[in-house]
Each structure stands twice: as C-alpha cells, then as structure tokens.
Design a protein. Structure first.
Length: 457
C-alpha cells in the first residue's frame, strides 16, 4: 500500500531540536521504501499459472506412495482331515481337550474374530458331534526353559476374549466369536501370541489337520494361562490341529494381498531331513509355511487356503467347501498363486489332458475371486522320490505346459529347480526334503527365497 507523507513545520524543541527539512527528508525515505502499487499485467499472471501447471504435471508424474487399503483376510490352515498322518488328540477318543494355537500376523489388526468348527474340510464330512467351547483367552507366546515351543503364555499378558460356553458345530457352519475391537486386544505385527481355548464333547475321535497346536488333557488346563507344557507330540505322534481354526482379521495396510491356493507343500507340511513321512514330518505353525515366510520377508499379505493332499480335481468344483470355508469377498486381492499338481501326478491313471482341464477350472475360479486383469502366478511341480517313471514323465509334460503360461496366467515359478538335484532332474536334493515329498525346514526357507527371486508383483 502507498505511504502518506506527513508535512512538518518548524517548532523548536530544546531537548532534540530537529528542523522541518530534516523530518521531511525522513518522510521521503520512508515513502521510497513503501510497497508500490501492483503492476502485474493479466498476461504475466497467466504465464505464472502455466508455469505452476507444468510443475504440477511433473510432480504428479513421479511415483506416488501406495494408498492404504482396508481388507478382511483369514489366518488359517487347510482345516481338518486331508489324510495327514498326524494322530488325533489323546488316545483317540476324547470327551474334552484344551488347545493353544501360536499366532503371528504381518500387519496390524483394526478388529478380528475367531471361527471354529468340527468338520472334515478335506473329506467333506461332518464331525461326530458338536463341541461345547468353554472360553477363549489370548496371551503373548513364551518359550519354555529349554527354548521349546509348548504353547506357554507369558506371565501377566493373558486376557479373556470369550467367557462362558458356546457351540462349535460339526457341519459346514462355524462358531464365530464377537469382533475384538479394543485397542488392547489388537494383534501387533510380527509379535507371537497364543490363543487358548477348551471344549467338552460327547465321546468321539477328532480329525486332525497338519498344522501345529498345543494340546492339554483338560479344557480347564488350556484356559489357565499359568498351565505350561502343552504337547504337540514327538516322532510319529505329532498331533496337528484337530479343529478347523481360523482368525478372520481386518487390516488397513499399503501391503499388497495375495490369495494362495495349493496342497500340503503350501499349507506348511515340513519337518527334519529324512525319508519317512511319519517320523520326519512335523506340524509347523501357520505363519511358518513357505508362502507365509515369503510374504513376511517381502511385505505382502497372504490369505493361504492351501489344503494338504488336495489335487486340481478337488479345486475344480467352484462351489466346493474349499472355496467357501473362508470369506474371500473382502480380501481385495492384488494377485493370486496356484501351486498344485504334486498329488494329481501321484494319482494312478492321471493324464495331461485331465490335469489341464482341472487346472484351467481352478484358474477361472481364482480369476472370478480376485478380478480380471489381476496377475495369477503358477508354481511348477517338484520331483518326488515315490514317483514311478510314468509319473516322472507326466510331471515333465505338465511343467512344460505350465511354462507356456496357459489360460492367461502372468508367470510360473520353477520351484522344481529348488528341490531337484539339477534343473529338470527327477531326483531330489536330500537335505531339502523331509520325506522325499515335502520340503524340510531348510527346504521351505529355500522355497521362500526362490519365490522372492522370481516374483515381483
């Protein structure tokens, strides 16, 4: 704005005499420093707009940080059944049991809940009878004095999630807990927790699934956080998980989410180096499968519904319980992985044409779940020591077909090269398998590393 100068007249001042000329000189200096009238033309202003538009375009073309997405995913194994050679609880027939499940997620939860059922997901058959749940607790997982996982709960960390009784159905429906929404109830990423619960039931034998759980002889023991020493079994008596146990959780994250469909290798059947399934294999926690290890190391989220002993023919039915036992509707998946074929090849009379038909049906189902235009990655079939020469030749034919990227898939991971003694070989590297079929503990680490090298979504 312009400065209005003051005109001074002489008036003597005995303390600080100053003339009007001097004061007027000061006024001239002040006026010369005052803001001038705005003199930019419209053309000059339009030019600045153009400059800023150009700059905005440049900035907008730079890579932008990913937008967080809210999804609902499930942390689970393949459910009960699958003919996995893990013993059922106790001596076989039971009337009560305490269970603890080790849990570790890779993204923070905003809310979560537990789903349970007594239903053979592999065979599609009801359990003998419903179970009566006696409560559910949560605590931080702690190793025992020898450094072993026995389902112990760290002192002072337990809290009751569900009190009172509830019914765990013996059919395709689930007991579904309330959503756990409290800040102190949320699962922190990469932190190990234990979920404990117990049930009573009419005398029955439960079907077991491959993944690890810690068992207590009474329902009360599983629910008492001070009780230690849960049993997962040893040698040929590993017990696995005798219920269909799921954690359905909501998370908001910038990580991409992957739907994973497969068999026991993807579900996490593993063990020490050996040659015999029943003595070498061990149930491992859900978060220790090779898909989970890959996802954790590479900032992905994985919704793994792999099921031990399954084949492409099992998954070809788009309405089968395998597809509906977890909620896939809110996963907002960015991609999918299909790792199947090992058990198909081991089936007498299997042909390339039959496998092709079944796998294409699987691909179409997966595409309907994740959406068209999303990448689907296939995993080739690893060698096995129990394959006959005919089966070995079929594996070669199937893998050659997979490498051609059928049905519009985006890529194939040559996982066979991880386990085989040489690319394309039918022999396995002894140190990377536990029974001639499944990767050993070292083998699943190698598999996760191989997937990292070949997949960049």
């Amino acid at each position: 704005m312009a400065y209005d100068k003051q005109t001074w007249v002489n008036k003597p001042d005995l303390s600080t005499p100053m003339s009007a000329a001097r004061l007027n000189h000061m006024e001239e200096g002040i006026a010369s420093r005052a803001e001038a009238e705005h003199t930019h033309t419209p053309e000059e202003i339009d030019g600045l707009v153009d400059e800023f538009s150009t700059l905005y375009g440049i900035l907008n073309s730079l890579p932008q940080p990913p937008t967080p997405v809210t999804r609902t995913l499930t942390y689970t194994n393949g459910g009960q059944g699958s003919n996995a050679s893990f013993t059922t609880p106790g001596s076989g027939t039971i009337t009560q049991l305490g269970l603890r499940h080790a849990v570790r997620l890779f993204a923070p939860t905003t809310r979560w809940r537990i789903k349970l059922r007594n239903y053979n997901a592999f065979a599609g058959s009801n359990g003998t009878a419903a179970l009566t749940g006696q409560g559910i607790i949560l605590g931080e997982h702690e190793l025992d004095g020898s450094g072993n996982n026995t389902g112990n709960i760290k002192s002072g960390t337990s809290q009751t999630l569900v009190s009172g009784t509830f019914t765990v159905p013996n059919n395709t429906s689930f007991y579904t807990s309330p959503w756990f929404t409290g800040p102190g109830q949320q699962l922190i990423p990469d932190k190990s927790y234990v979920i404990g619960w117990g049930f009573t039931c009419s005398a029955q034998t439960l079907q077991s699934g491959p993944n690890e759980s810690f068992q207590f002889s009474t329902s009360a023991a599983g629910l008492n956080p001070a009780t230690t020493g849960g049993v997962a079994g040893s040698a040929g008596t590993y017990k696995g998980t005798p219920v269909d146990f799921q954690i359905e959780y909501e998370t908001t994250s910038t990580r991409k989410a992957v739907l994973w469909v497969g068999d026991s290798i993807s579900e996490g059947v593993t063990g020490v180096v050996g040659t015999v399934y029943t003595t070498a294999c061990r149930p491992c926690p859900i978060h220790a499968s090779y898909p989970a290890l890959w996802a954790e190391a590479n900032n992905f989220l994985v919704h793994n519904i792999a099921q031990a002993n399954s084949k492409a023919s099992n998954w070809a039915n788009a309405s089968d319980d395998r597809w509906t036992r977890t909620d896939l509707s809110a996963g907002q998946f960015d991609a999918a992985v299909i790792a199947i074929g090992s058990n198909d090849i081991a089936t007498a009379g299997m042909t390339l044409a039959t496998f092709q038909t079944n796998l294409v049906a699987m691909i179409n189902k997966v595409r309907s779940v994740i959406g068209t235009g999303k990448p689907i990655i296939l995993v080739d079939v690893m060698p096995r020591t129990d394959y006959t020469t005919t089966m070995q030749n079929l594996r070669t034919s199937i893998n050659d077909w997979l490498y051609s990227l059928p049905a519009g898939v985006a890529g194939v991971v040559r996982m066979s090269d991880v386990i085989a003694t040489a690319p394309g070989a039918h022999t396995v590297t002894a140190g990377l398998v536990c029974d001639g079929v499944h990767p050993s503990f070292g083998g699943i680490i190698a598999a996760a590393d191989a997937f990292k090298q070949h997949v960049d979504l």
